[in-house]
Design a protein around this ligand. Sequence first.
Ligand SMILES: *Cc1c(COP(=O)(O)O)cnc(C)c1O
Length: 491
Amino acid sequence: MIFTETRGNDGTRDAQISFSGALLSPIASFGGIYSPKSLTPLPPDFLGQHIESSYQALSLALLEYLDIDIESSVLRSALALYDRFDDPADPVPLAKIEDKLFVSELYHGPTRAFKDMALQPFGLILSNLAQQRERQYLILTATSGDTGPAALETFRDRPNIRVACLYPAGGTSDVQRLQMVTEAAANLKVIGIHGNFDDAQSALKSLLASPSFNQRLDELDISLSAANSVNFGRIIFQMLYQFHSYLALVRQQEIELGDEVVLHIPSGNFGNALGAYYARRLGLPIAKIVIASNANNVLTEWIDSGRYDLSKRQLIATTSPAMDILKSSNVERVLFDLFGAARTRDLMRQLDDNGWYQLEADEHDQISEIFAADFCSDEESMHYIKQAFDAGYLMDPHTATCFKSCRAPAFADRVNIIYSTAEWTKFAPIIDQAINGNRGQADRSALEAIAASANVEVPPMIASLFEKPVAHPDVVARQDIEAEILKFLET
Ligand SMILES: *Cc1c(COP(=O)(O)O)cnc(C)c1O
């Protein structure tokens, strides 16, 4: 697999790189990113050969087909990490909700959110590349709640990697904060900062731009790397589970090989949706990819009208915070794949300069051929959580945003698969409100209330958080972050 730059080449970087190159440094010329140069559809008999394959075996076959420059033994060890999910024989179970409506649960990993699907194998591969190159890497990350825990969990005690994770103190759920501050390992540093997620992100940006910080990293011989959602090392593990859920439907005789399905994806930075897009490009029979949003519905507008417009928008805090995003970075890869580098550069420059762009009619037609979209208010999501609970299914507020689109008349006769991105345990207070009417409970009481109403257990990795010692008590002011991280690197 060859990677090339979404906005063309400015002469300062390689125009084409390998998968491992893209994984170690994802940023390309003109502020673009590296993206697959081309994708060749799978041979026609591929799906038929894998009806009985395990998740791990199917994934290995797909990755081998994609021909990435990672040794087979390393890929195998990376995929073996799915054995740590709840059911090693089926790490990504498919639940039937009603006739023609299924939920693929992407949250059965160690931190109970879909981020584990990619970050678990990614962590092992990155550490392995760092060891081969005999380099030390620092992963700097700012999190609004799900990426931080999953990144810390995957890099814990991994050789040649250190992680410094910034989170907004008071801006995450109790469960998310505890998942981070109780991660005790010598190579991990977690720092709360006063402020919200934007403050955490801008603190990270100024750190990356700080000459004194970069000079000290050089002296310590540490390179920077990133584990964010544009890194193709994450995307590649998000284009496999669509095949798995499709083949599960074939096995269960819900569809026949070749039948088309509709996928519904709760979207933020568009990484999960991009994986579905590539799965379709590889030939998986997908009629439409439906992008679900919350009140930050810039993607709904883009898909409905071809206009990507940030100019009149402010970020709205919703009950599905992992989707509170306006500039969805991975959309750029769809633009590149459909319209090429020159046009992508032009559109992204318009977005940066003017805050909006409008696709041409024929370009918008190509988008509409593949994608559909809808959005849910917080009230609607609460309603869907309650409705599903009454019918016997417990779900989180991100997943709930898909329940409007999947019942739209256009998809009523289709087989629909919703991709569920978080377990109920990560957003307990809002679910407690939806199903029990309790308002403003702390996570711990909300977890207990839901467990009692739904007659389920709080999984051990969540229940134990409240008893674990805090390893990272620090909450610091923005100007002290640099010193705090350097102190960690120097010890
Ligand atoms: C990250 C995340 C999303 C959004 O996924 P993208 O790939 O950024 O679109 C949705 N739901 C949950 C729970 C998440 O953690």
